[in-house]
Structures are given as structure tokens and as C-alpha cells.
Design a protein around this ligand. Structure first.
Ligand SMILES: Nc1ncnc2c1ncn2[C@@H]1O[C@H](COP(=O)(O)OP(=O)(O)OP(=O)(O)O)[C@@H](O)[C@H]1O
Length: 267
């Protein structure tokens, strides 16, 4: 028997209740993320990508269908999910180290303080923030704050790391640095991740599989298996295979936006 995937979205349908009536956002969506893999989700703006992350984290309940995490049905917020967003929301009254430690205070209150500090310091060193432990968030650049936020989302070793456009607000060079940091983090402490992004290059560089969602209400329109080496240098994006992937994804997004057809994509 094959192991169930770590994240299983089975036939999920969801609508928001608005003043003008229900707004259908997800329609019979099926997504499966095996343990240890990195899945990226792309799709037109407003199609329901963030809604999907809230369902996985247990912050929303689907109208129909089921969300499973590690063999358990998700019915309420989960401590075993780490999340990082476009805006890192670090607490200014805490140092960088204390910001990173915060999830351990909630999830592992009995963990000795020295162990919490050691764990946070190790992660900060891994993302290149050694020496910045005692700084306040406002003393760091945007890219450094996002690195600290990644440490905070991983400090309690969550089953799954959900990344909702975490690099979207960064300049292109900082973003590429962070992509490499993600590969390094994954190598040092493997985790299962679901990344929401608008950046197709980012999806191909980071993910093992890219899921293209259709326009709202979203369903799975296309799945790309990224057959590139696990350890990727940035130049991989200029190799013919990656360039083909990017062209395919661009076309699929145009289809999702209603600007092209599957027949045109096949030509
Ligand atoms: N709490 C809410 N109540 C009502 N409508 C909502 C709510 N949250 C999101 N929506 C609407 O649901 C739709 C999907 O939103 P969602 O944030 O999931 O899309 P998205 O694909 O992540 O968007 P983007 O790519 O622009 O970040 C949007 O039209 C949004 O306006």
C-alpha cells in the first residue's frame, strides 16, 4: 500500500459569504503533496490560492470535501503548520532571537530556555543572520527580516511549511538570494512545503511540482513535474528544460486568465 501524502486536499469546494451573496472560490479541488516534497501553486490573481493555505492551516473549514494533514483530518488550527507571508510581521518589541523563539514558547513551553535559544541561533546562522540575534526587526533590511521570518516558521519543526508569497515584496537580487537560502534550509533540515507564488521562475527553481490553478472558482488546471536536479544553482533557470517549463507555465496561466486555449498550448 502506498503511504498517503502529507497534505491531501480531497474534492474541496469553498465559497465566501459576502453582502452580495456567496462568492465561489474553490471548486472540487484535489491536491496531494507527498512528504519531503516542495509544491508550488500558481494561478491568476484572486483565484483562491491564499484560501487554499488557510484551509490547510485549519483557519477555514471547507464547505465540501476534506483536508488531511499527516493522516489526520484538519478541523481546527494546527500547531504542526509553519507559515510565512509576504509581510514578515515580526514583533518590534522583541529582538530577532526572541521573535524566532516565539513559536517554541507556544508549542513547546516545557523546552528548556537554553535549548530554545540554541535551536533559534542555529537556524539564524543557517540563513546568514549570525550576529543579528540582539537586533530589533526595524534594524534589519527587508530581506533579512524575511530570513528571520523563515527561521520563525521552521523553529518548531512543523510537519509542513506554508509559504504565501514570502519573497513577493523583495527586489529581484534579494529574492534570488532567498531562493538559494530555501534550498540550503531544505538540505539542512528537510521539510514539506507548499509555496504560493506569482513568480513562475521562483516556482520552477524551488519546486518539485508546480500546480496551476484555473480562474475562480479554482480547480487544478495543470500539473508540471519539475525534473531538475534537487540541488539547483540559479543557472538551471537558463537551461533549455527550465526555459520550456517556463513557457508551458506562462501559457497555462494565460489559459487560466481566459486569454488562450488548451489547443493553442498544444501547438
Ligand atoms: N474573508 C473573505 N470574505 C470574502 N471574500 C474573500 C475573503 N477572503 C478572500 N476573498 C475573496 O476570495 C477570492 C480569492 O481570494 P484569495 O486571497 O484566496 O485569492 P489569491 O489567489 O490568493 O489572490 P492573489 O493572487 O491576488 O493574492 C478573492 O476574490 C477575494 O477577494
Amino acid at each position: 500500500m502506498t503511504e498517503p501524502a502529507l497534505i491531501e486536499i480531497k474534492g474541496v469546494t469553498h465559497a465566501y459569504q459576502t453582502a452580495t451573496g456567496p462568492l465561489p472560490v474553490l471548486d472540487n479541488l484535489n491536491v496531494s503533496v507527498p512528504e519531503g516534497t516542495f509544491t508550488a501553486v500558481v494561478g491568476p490573481s484572486g483565484c483562491g490560492k491564499s484560501t487554499l493555505t488557510k484551509l490547510i492551516a485549519g483557519l477555514l473549514r471547507p464547505d465540501r470535501g476534506e483536508v488531511w494533514l499527516h493522516g489526520e483530518r484538519v478541523k481546527s488550527p494546527r500547531k504542526t503548520v509553519g507559515m510565512a507571508f509576504q509581510n514578515p510581521v515580526l514583533l518590534e518589541w522583541r529582538t530577532i532571537l526572541d521573535n524566532v523563539i516565539l513559536p517554541l514558547e507556544i508549542v513547546a513551553p516545557r523546552m528548556p530556555k537554553k535549548d530554545r535559544i540554541k535551536r533559534a541561533e542555529e537556524l539564524l546562522a543557517l540563513v546568514g543572520l549570525e550576529g543579528f540575534e540582539d537586533k530589533r526587526p526595524s534594524e534589519l533590511s527587508g530581506g533579512m527580516r524575511q530570513r528571520a521570518s523563515l527561521c520563525r516558521s521552521l523553529v518548531h519543526k512543523p510537519d509542513v511549511l506554508i509559504l504565501d508569497e514570502p519573497f513577493g515584496a523583495l527586489d529581484a537580487f534579494t529574492r534570488e538570494d532567498l531562493w538559494q537560502t530555501m534550498h540550503e534550509l531544505r538540505r539542512q533540515e528537510p521539510f514539506t512545503s507548499l509555496l504560493i507564488t506569482h513568480d513562475l521562475r521562483e516556482s520552477v527553481y524551488l519546486a518539485d511540482e508546480v500546480i496551476v490553478l484555473s480562474g475562480r472558482p479554482a480547480t487544478t488546471q495543470f500539473v508540471l513535474d519539475v525534473d531538475l536536479p534537487g540541488e539547483r544553482a540559479l543557472d538551471v533557470l537558463y537551461q533549455p528544460k527550465a526555459v520550456d517549463y517556463l513557457a508551458t507555465l506562462r501559457h497555462q496561466i494565460q489559459i487560466a486568465q481566459g486569454r488562450a486555449t488548451q489547443e493553442e498550448a498544444a501547438q
